[in-house]
Design a protein around this ligand. Structure first.
Ligand SMILES: N[C@@H](CCC(=O)N[C@@H](CS)C(=O)NCC(=O)O)C(=O)O
Length: 127
């Protein structure tokens, strides 16, 4: 069973690499602002988890530089369980401006949050 899951994981990673989405292009100044905002985000994830791949692909599409933490290894694994409340991945840790920390589970919810927050910050139309 472990071998089958391992092979499936490698296939997922290979397909994701081959069909890697294009990242949207922003004006350098806007991208810098986005990079500053994404410093308060961290994705707890496993490399070959299909739900994590789904979120990472959306981050690539939106050109978001978000820190990744492998939740299979210490101390990230323990952090996720103790602070997030569940060992499940993907989980997005969001540090709000007022210092509050939110732990967002569910790949669809994470992608919706990222899209709502960042998709509008694209390269403005020229002319
Ligand atoms: N519905 C969830 C599914 C996430 C999920 O099943 N993640 C698996 C890894 S692929 C996991 O965290 N398993 C470990 C656990 O449940 O403790 C999503 O879309 O994010």
């Amino acid at each position: 069973m472990f071998i089958v899951r391992w092979i499936l994981g490698r296939i997922i990673l290979l397909l994701s690499f081959v069909f890697s989405p294009r990242g949207l292009k922003r004006d350098a100044q806007i991208q810098q602002q986005v990079d500053e905002q994404t410093q308060s985000l961290t994705l707890y994830q496993f490399a070959a988890c299909p739900f994590c791949v789904k979120v990472r692909r959306q981050m690539k599409r939106l050109s978001l530089n978000v820190a990744l933490k492998d939740a299979k290894v210490s101390p990230h694994k323990e952090e996720l369980l103790a602070e997030g409340g569940s060992p499940k991945v993907p989980c997005l840790r969001i540090e709000h401006a007022n210092g509050d920390v939110q732990w967002m589970y569910e790949s669809s919810d994470i992608n919706e949050y990222l899209t709502t927050r960042f998709a509008a910050q694209e390269q403005p139309c020229q002319g």
